[in-house]
Unconditional design. Structure first.
Length: 245
């Protein structure tokens, strides 16, 4: 297949009060990347506004992307002072363009934006992400058809990773959606050398499905942080990906 396994513990499940030591612990357990979930806080009010406006005008007015608030560039900057690790940043925000410059300055390594909120400006986004020294990726929610990311992979200036969400974005600890594996299979068949990341509900009981479908970048939060021996889970995830290849 020509792609390498990357195991990325999701720091959303870490003890945020001890982020630097949690990061170091994960790297010592064999993590390749650290997955950082950036969210912008979708309230019930926003949900009503969003759906009401969609219904009336059949265009999208999204004020916030997910119903949760996590971290932003200042926390990435703080962590960067303690770690040289690859920080795989997953931007669950409505206006990713506003975040590129601060995230680049803060020391993010990968910048993955959502296709659902970047239909108009993905070309500009990819170009600016690269100019700030980050690796551009695109993510898609469970309800978004896989065809929507093809133009971004086939562009002259393409994304370098596709993140297939296997839960609804917003929270760790949700149940893996096996039906998303069709998207992974389709992508892998079409793009043998592409980095394909899966995110949400990955762990020892679900990794075989993701690995055999062709995913090579594995985000795992609760299954790694909740394990008595995280190193064993990380190694199991990696072995599954390598064996599937
Ligand atoms: O993007 C995310 C949530 O929106 C997280 O990365 C994801 O949920 C990881 O946590 P877990 O492995 O516990 O499902
Ligand atoms: Fe994520």
């Amino acid at each position: 297949m020509g792609v390498t396994a990357k195991i990325a513990p999701s720091m959303l499940s870490s003890d945020f009060a001890n982020l630097a030591s949690e990061a170091e612990r994960m790297l010592n357990c064999g993590a390749d990347w650290l997955h950082m979930d950036i969210m912008d806080g979708f309230t019930t009010y926003d949900w009503f506004v969003h759906n009401f406006v969609q219904l009336l005008y059949s265009f999208v007015l999204i004020r916030h992307f997910v119903p949760n608030l996590t971290i932003g560039a200042p926390v990435i900057e703080s962590l960067r002072k303690h770690s040289q690790a690859y920080l795989d940043c997953h931007l669950m925000v409505t206006n990713p363009l506003d975040y590129v410059e601060p995230m680049g300055k803060a020391g993010a390594s990968g910048f993955t934006f959502h296709v659902e909120v970047s239909k108009e400006n993905w070309q500009e986004l990819i170009q600016i992400i690269k100019s700030k020294g980050m690796k551009p990726g695109v993510a898609l929610k469970p309800g978004t058809p896989i065809e929507e990311v093809y133009p971004l992979i086939e562009a002259e200036n393409p994304v370098e990773m596709v993140l297939v969400m296997t839960v609804e974005p917003g929270f760790g600890g949700q149940k893996f959606m096996p039906e998303m594996m069709d998207k992974v299979r389709t992508l892998r068949k079409k793009y043998p050398a592409l980095d394909i990341e899966v995110d949400g509900g990955l762990g020892p009981s679900t990794i075989e499905m993701a690995a055999s479908a062709g995913a090579n970048c594995i985000v795992a939060g609760s299954s790694v942080f909740g394990a008595p021996e995280p190193a064993k889970v990380i190694s199991l995830l990696r072995n599954s990906v390598q064996q599937a290849q």
